[in-house]
Ligand binder design. Sequence first.
Ligand SMILES: [Zn+2]
Length: 135
Amino acid sequence: MPERLVTVATFSRAMGAYLSKARLESEGIECFVVDEFTVTMNWLFSNAIGGVKLNVKESEAQRAAEILRQEPISTDSTEIGEDGLRCPKCDSPDVYYEKYSRRIFFASWLLLDVPFPFLKRKWRCRECGYEWKVR
Ligand SMILES: [Zn+2]
């Protein structure tokens, strides 16, 4: 019997829903974007129908909500360089965060019952692909 799906987040734009979907999937949570077609076709009325919904299995809803609450993803733009941060190699401003914690996340989650102690971020340059750590 299939598990019930619950909505953990709604978005006025499909882009926001897909960013969060990717984020949840990177944490191993299966999720589904609902109403995307309707909203894309009738974006003016997206509020009227409740926007784009991000659904997950009921058993994973709490974790999903925590992940989304922990690091809200902007629905209007991708995460690009803040504070004029530039690539140290090619000096491009087109840099973004990348998270490399999935394995560590699961290990700590299983072993320590603490999901988020070791999240590490890396910056990556879209221009040249260079990666570096900030602190
Ligand atoms: Zn670069």
